[in-house]
Design a protein around this ligand. Structure first.
Ligand code: ADP
Ligand code: MG
Length: 445
């Protein structure tokens, strides 16, 4: 994917929140000129667009770029030079490798302790995180954080990494998701040199932050590589910090020996925030956007959305975007309208959306997916859909059977077992499923 395609994908994502007019005026004429060192360089057509993009749309753009690339970037807005061509090394000739290169240390500077609200649900995790930044490698090693989605694990990992670097700028810190680690590893083993540099990169750190460790596929070379990296760092007294969606003991794809390493240090979870904390978070997020929102409206929002903080943030964005588009203050009435009509506020992804995304990913129709056909091109997507309906929608076997065209629950169970085995053995499939999953959840954050 080149920069142009990334930008196009980001625009598609923005269309959910912003009016066509806003996109055509400010975003369409802008260009993505580079994604390097954790910074996205955006070329704006003029000073007005630069101002608007920077002051009003930064957070949406950051999210959209995250959706398009899977990484977080700081934004830098420049005015387009008068000549229309881009510098020789950018534009449509950008090699695909650019897209795959994460910023060198993977850290998103915008996630800090300062902008992380502490409350009863995450107090323990935050205090351990702070202790870890005080004395990396000494007190809690490894440090393992787990929680459901959208509750702040990723934010906290970056905050730890950033803080370690603030205190000791030459500390070598790397943040990567398990998926990224896997992809980089697979790419590296193509020749000896890249394999060696991969090893050097991950084994020379002072602190290693690995996110979403549930995505390590079992019995694979990449998990083996991570196991060895872990041991080497651990023995050298380097800090390892991990985040996952459940307690290590509940992993199915991660090997026992690695699970027991994970469990060898400090494990804390993050719970869902209570009302008071949700309200505090909304206040902070509104202030960060310099938006005036009354307490009444913030409270109404905090009362209506429980659970994921990402969802709460999304709803606030949506409200502010609509208020801006209508040039009206974000009132309680507007909030009600948003909650009634707007998609992203619903707390759950619907099964229909999951099915649609799977069909899109595999280029088949929903009728085919739900038909009785047993050809391989249909059976695999059907099993992937069953898998995602189970894990995203928490649908029962019977429900999944109904959703997939009236299949028997034993058929579904058989399919789920099969896909579990395949996922464990096949990294490519795993990455495929992960990207569909990311797409579905990304759309609904
Ligand atoms: P997870 O990794 O657990 O899915 P994230 O770290 O991505 O969750 O958090 C989702 C969003 O919610 C992010 O934008 C993050 O900044 C925000 N967030 C989560 N927890 C807090 C918090 N305690 N204070 C402020 N923002 C938070
Ligand atoms: Mg996360």
């Amino acid at each position: 994917m080149n920069l142009k395609e990334i930008w196009q994908n980001a625009l598609v994502f923005l269309e959910r929140d912003l009016s066509k007019g806003v996109i055509a005026t400010f975003f369409g004429p802008a260009e993505l000129a580079g994604l390097e060192e954790g910074t996205a360089r955006i070329l704006c057509p003029n000073r007005l667009a630069q101002e608007q993009l920077r002051s009003r749309y930064s957070s949406q753009l950051t999210e959209a770029l995250r959706a398009a690339t899977g990484s977080d970037y700081q934004l830098s807005f420049e005015i387009k030079p008068l000549k229309t061509e881009l510098p020789a090394n950018s534009g449509s000739e950008i090699q695909p490798s650019l897209f795959h290169h994460s910023p060198p240390n993977g850290l998103a500077v915008s996630y800090s302790f300062e902008n992380f609200v502490v409350g009863p649900s995450n107090q323990l995790a935050v205090s351990v995180a702070q202790a870890v930044t005080e004395q990396p490698g000494m007190l809690h090693n490894p440090f393992f954080i787990y929680s459901g989605v959208g509750l702040g694990k990723t934010h906290l990992l970056h905050a730890i990494g950033n803080h370690i670097k603030e205190k000791k700028p030459d500390a070598h810190v790397i943040y990567a998701s398990a998926e990224r680690f896997t992809t980089e590893f697979i790419r590296s083993i193509q020749n000896r040199q890249t394999a060696a540099s991969f090893r050097r990169k991950f084994r020379s750190v002072d602190a290693l932050l690995i996110d979403d460790v549930q995505f390590f596929a079992s019995r694979t070379a990449s998990q083996e590589e991570f196991f060895n990296t872990f041991n080497e760092l651990y023995l050298a007294g380097k800090q390892i910090i991990l985040a996952g969606d459940r307690h290590p003991a509940e992993f199915r794809n991660v090997e026992q020996r690695l699970v027991s390493r994970f469990a060898g240090g400090m494990i804390t979870d993050i719970q869902e925030p209570d009302l008071d904390m949700r309200l505090q978070i909304l206040r902070r997020k509104a202030a960060a956007q310099e938006a005036q929102v009354s307490e009444e409206v913030l409270l109404a929002l905090a009362q209506q959305l429980e659970g994921s903080i990402r969802q709460l943030e999304g709803a606030l964005h949506q409200l502010l975007a609509i208020a801006r588009a209508q040039k009206a203050p974000p009132t309680a009435e507007l909030l009600n309208a948003v909650i009634k009509t707007a998609g992203p506020v619903r707390p759950f992804v619907t099964p229909a959306e999951v099915i649609k995304s799977v069909c899109q990913a595999y280029q088949i129709t929903a009728e085919q997916l739900c038909s009785a056909r047993r050809s391989k091109e249909i059976v695999l997507p059907r099993q992937v859909a069953a898998y995602l309906l189970r894990y995203i929608n928490k649908a029962s076997l019977n429900q999944i059977g109904k959703l997939l065209g009236g299949k028997d629950h034993t058929t579904i169970l058989y399919g789920l077992k099969k896909i579990d085995r395949q996922l464990a053995a096949d990294e490519i499939l795993r990455n495929q499923v992960e990207s569909v999953r990311g797409e579905i959840l990304g759309k609904n954050r």
